[in-house]
Design a protein around this ligand. Sequence first.
Ligand SMILES: *Cc1c(COP(=O)(O)O)cnc(C)c1O
Length: 368
Amino acid sequence: MANAIAPQPGIMDIALYQGGAAKIAGRTDAIKLSSNENPFGPSEKARDAVIRAAHSLHRYPNTDHASLRQAIGEVHGLDPDRIICGVGSDEIIHFLCQAYAGPETEVLFTEHGFLMYRISALAAGATPVSVREHERVTDIDALIAGATERTRLIFVANPNNPTGTMIGLADLERLARAVPQAILVIDSAYADYVDDYDGGAELAGRLPNVVMTRTFSKIYGLGGLRVGWGYAPREIIDVLNRIRGPFNLSNVALEGAEAAVRDQDYITRCRSENARMRAWLAEALAEKGVPSDTSCGNFILARFADTATAEACDAYLQTEGLLVRRVAGYGLPHCLRITVGDEASCRRVAHVIGMFMTERAAAAGAGA
Ligand SMILES: *Cc1c(COP(=O)(O)O)cnc(C)c1O
């Protein structure tokens, strides 16, 4: 009778999500470049709105998120009735799996895809299925080939995390049309970092089986507030709203996110500063013998000769007070993901990696 009280199948297969490291033991001055956070934080207008919202903490929040959806709709040119807001885009991913996947169904994504896809698929009792990427780029043909009649959801982050690469909307449309029995979820957590790109909004507005997810956690600098949203055909929004907790977003979250999305001048500044420092960092690392793919996000996937070198570099960075992200869990043990920080942080991380590479080369020379 030991197993009389057991969770649903699949639950115990979930490995606990490991966030980016936030602390180095014995240091208070660590520079955190491990979670793709905006180094400048949120817009001041968002911060002010959060503080104002503290005066209504005794009130329940509204349940329809009408004001936030209206603001998002105005800013992005979208129909507010086709928007759903969640506790981070993680919650939208979760709703999708809960509503559309389950036992005997499959959830498809790529080998270096975001870890939450697997977690949410298993939580729903579905079978997670991953397909190869091509040189760290999403391979549409591999996804089409990997789809079966049991596939209910296909998740593609574009730009992808942790690779930073992205594919074109025409390819995503081809995938959605080739697999009409499934919903294609375009995870656009990093779309705000791409110039002149709608994140798949137009596609989600036009095709019956495309959903776009967005977040306030990255360029908006509000990871701690926990707000994300999805844009989808009305029928899908209606389904997701049935399983959404009525009070899933607090007053504070709703007010903060609305002020944030209305301050697009701030977002434009963050986008251009990120692009400037991302180019600088990629080139600085390449000069020190650490290549990376062209990144479209707010991070760089630095590639090393092998796993041992990547791990040694990570340890070296930590002794210098720098936290980056190991990505072995994403099938990239020879890489480190480095968030594009402010200019001082970028210069520091490039300098320390340069010292590491020099010392490593000297040690190898001495040993030879
Ligand atoms: C950070 C990230 C998200 C956003 O998660 P939130 O729950 O909105 O904080 C979603 N997808 C990917 C690929 C991410 O990297």
